[in-house]
Design a protein around this ligand. Structure first.
Ligand code: NDP
Length: 472
């Protein structure tokens, strides 16, 4: 077992920052046990092949995820023959990808937000993140909504007027683009890893477990940056992956139209439900600074590769499936799915909003028409400072400790159910989200328990369920 520690850093008064480590243990990863280590190595080795498997299954087996295995078992295909039939890297895809990523960097760095000046209620521009374990508060340029709007306006202008490229360009280059996304994902994770040793942005917020695989995967630096504003976590989490999400779906929609001459109601449902989720993300990008990804996770392969490859390829499987299987849902089915998606979204958004409002106003607000109730907590940061915080126990936060995850899962199920019940592939998303969010519950509660100690225990006594009241 390895104990997590920072690399010794001499501070101005000559004391080593390791001494400070004794004061705060609530950042990511405390120990790397054998189970974590095996999981990390397995993910590093197999995750790229899982993504390849799903995309290849659509390309070669019309989205059947069992047929490739059967073919391999019966000797009708070999791993090499499957690999040989998959489109490989192409320079034209590399050009598309390089233009895409450069354009997103350009929008992120060169266009400070102006939308908050004329869109009522939208919070953009320079915003503060949460306090880091070392006690810092970083500033971020929040311009994701603006980047999304400009990118999509250009996409529609191209489709309608300019015709520089086909709206099916993403679908048409999907597997070659996977190579490019992998190259970027590994490059950025490796760069962040080396940077943490050689020139960390804030050495006090670095964490080294002593295990190289764990460090590479879960990250060492907390908020790696280049210059003052290029924040790796904010950029890679939101763009290029999440801006691309809606464009990828639009490309699938265009392909359906091209292949069959019509667009199915299932494709429209997937596009609409996922677009709501994406727009919600950018509308609330300032809120996002207070979520686990930004506040607690360090930047490693998990975020770097995950945002470049896993998210755009596996979160969009429903639209990809519908290109191969243009399912037309009955009105009742479509309405039920729409309702499930909207109710899930309502729970997800309201729960997140309640916490945000509560934390912003320090409890001086109304939740479900009443004054909120909460538990007062104290915690210590690595600089030795004592801080106070509050854990909300009313509204959705009194129903379960992670009811926002429950809403998210309902929405995820709706995306999958939009594809009918003909194949398992579109249901991968709900299986994955369940594992991700249950694991996140456990991970977050472990961290909160270390951070708040006995106050966290008081909170779990007051709100005993995690996701489903009385069940889990
Ligand atoms: P939360 O927004 O729930 O944040 C958890 C943090 O909130 C805790 O660490 C704690 O931080 C604080 N907190 C916990 N309980 C309370 C309480 N009762 N009152 C006030 N503050 C509390 O989690 P996430 O960041 O994981 O998720 C944010 C959203 O993003 C969720 O809706 C989730 O579904 C979604 N999501 C989506 C993913 C996707 O891939 N689609 C992936 C991950 C998340 P503190 O230290 O400040 O007290």
């Amino acid at each position: 077992m390895e104990t997590t520690r920072r690399r010794p850093q001499h501070s101005a008064n000559g004391k080593r920052s390791e001494q400070k480590e004794q004061l705060a243990q609530w950042g990511r990863a405390w120990e790397v046990d054998w189970f974590s280590l095996i999981s990390v190595i397995s993910l590093l080795c197999f995750a790229p092949f899982i993504v390849f498997y799903f995309v290849m299954a659509c390309d070669q087996y019309e989205c059947s995820i069992t047929q490739p295995v059967l073919d391999l078992y019966q000797g009708e295909a070999t791993l090499l023959s499957i690999w040989a039939r998959a489109p490989s890297f192409s320079w034209s895809a590399a050009k598309i990808y390089a233009i895409w990523v450069s354009f997103q960097v350009f929008l992120y760095m060169c266009f400070p937000d102006i939308t908050h000046k004329f869109i009522p209620g939208y919070v953009g521009g320079v915003q503060e993140g949460a306090r880091t374990p070392a006690g810092l508060i970083n500033k971020y340029e929040i311009n994701g909504l603006q980047c999304w709007l400009i990118t999509h306006a250009l996409w529609f202008a191209n489709a309608r007027y300019f015709h520089w490229f086909s709206p099916t360009i993403i679908f048409d280059n999907w597997i070659p683009l996977l190579w490019c996304a992998n190259i970027l994902g590994y490059a950025v994770s490796t760069f962040a890893f080396i940077k943490a040793y050689l020139f960390p942005t804030n050495a006090e917020d670095c964490k080294f477990t002593g295990n190289i695989f764990y460090n590479y995967m879960m990250g060492i630096e907390f908020n790696p940056r280049i210059g003052k504003w290029f924040d790796f976590k904010l950029f890679f989490n939101g763009r290029p992956g999440i801006v691309a999400w809606t464009l990828i779906n639009l490309s699938y929609m265009a392909k359906q139209q091209e292949l069959y001459g019509y667009i199915t109601n299932s494709m429209i449902l997937v596009n609409v439900l996922q677009a709501i989720y994406v727009l919600d993300f950018f509308w609330n990008e300032a809120w996002y600074l207070k979520t686990i990804d930004i506040c607690h996770d360090h930047f490693g392969w998990y975020l770097g590769w995950g945002d470049c490859v896993w998210l755009p390829y596996l979160y969009t499987l429903q639209g990809l499936y519908l290109v191969y299987h243009p399912v037309q849902l009955s009105d009742a089915h479509a309405l039920t799915v729409l309702l499930l998606g909207l109710v899930g979204y309502y729970i997800f958004r309201s729960t997140n909003h309640q916490k945000d409002l509560f934390r912003r106003t320090e409890g001086s607000c109304s939740i479900w028409g009443r004054k909120p109730t909460w538990i007062e907590c104290t915690y210590r940061s690595a600089d030795g400072g004592m801080h106070r915080s509050k854990l909300l126990t009313s509204g959705f936060w009194g129903v379960a400790r992670h009811f926002n995850y429950t809403g998210d899962l309902m929405g995820s199920l709706a995306y999958c159910a939009s594809c009918g019940f003909g194949h398992m592939l579109p249901y991968f998303y709900i299986v994955y989200m369940t594992i991700l969010l249950v694991h996140r519950c456990v991970r977050d509660e472990h961290r909160c328990s270390s951070k708040y100690g006995k106050d966290w225990k008081r909170y779990t006594d007051a709100v005993p369920s995690r996701l489903i009241p009385g069940v889990f």
